[in-house]
Write a protein that binds this ligand. Structure first.
Ligand code: HEC
Length: 157
């Protein structure tokens, strides 16, 4: 009986149209919404940070602008949902984020590289200020996963 119900649900799902309207991607406004764990938001930020770099290196400025938007949303979400994060730690990222955005608009690879370096320092200064200097981010060294995180023990700041 129970399994029949499961099968019915699966069939129903299969019959639904695959195309999802853009508006369906908006976060539901119910109060009991799912709140991602901070580590999950940060894991997304790590991958967005790397993709941002790879897109900029490849001079795909449209993709770079998109990944920058995704990264900004992750950082904003972290600050909004987790009040334990000092706001000043988020606002210090404002300037580097703006510089990355300006470099993308100007399609300037050198400015982009410099701005991404500054942004990466911003990631680390928040981590150290929150006793997490062992989470050390770097400018990606390649495209393999986690090429923008350092795994050997870090010196204490
Ligand atoms: C305003 C503070 C702040 C900023 C800015 C920040 N982080 Fe974090 N990050 C944290 C905190 C706090 C944790 C630890 C979360 C925990 O303990 O669950 C963390 C954890 C992480 C982790 C570990 C996730 C895991 O579970 O493995 C990664 C990776 C990470 N951050 C990447 C980044 C990157 C990349 C940036 C910059 C683009 C960044 N963070 C900017 C506060 C910050």
């Amino acid at each position: 009986m129970k399994w029949r119900g499961v099968v019915a649900v699966l069939l129903l799902a299969a019959s639904m149209p695959l195309a999802v309207a853009q508006s369906d991607l908006k976060r539901p406004s119910s109060t009991d919404q799912y709140i991602p764990r901070l580590g999950d938001i940060m894991s997304a930020a790590l991958s967005q940070h790397q993709k941002l770099w790879l897109a900029g290196k490849a001079q795909n400025w449209q993709l770079a602008a998109y990944e920058l938007g995704q990264l900004e949303s992750s950082l904003a979400e972290a600050a909004m949902q987790y009040s334990g994060i000092p706001v000043s730690n988020v606002t210090t990222l404002k300037d580097p984020l703006q510089s990355v955005s300006d470099a993308i608009a100007a399609k300037d690879g050198r400015k982009f590289a410099k701005a991404l370096g500054d942004l990466t320092e911003g990631c680390n200064s928040c981590h150290s200020s929150m006793n997490r200097s062992f989470i050390a981010i770097r400018v990606p060294t390649g495209r393999e996963p986690f090429a923008n995180q350092m795994f050997p023990p870090q010196r204490k700041p």
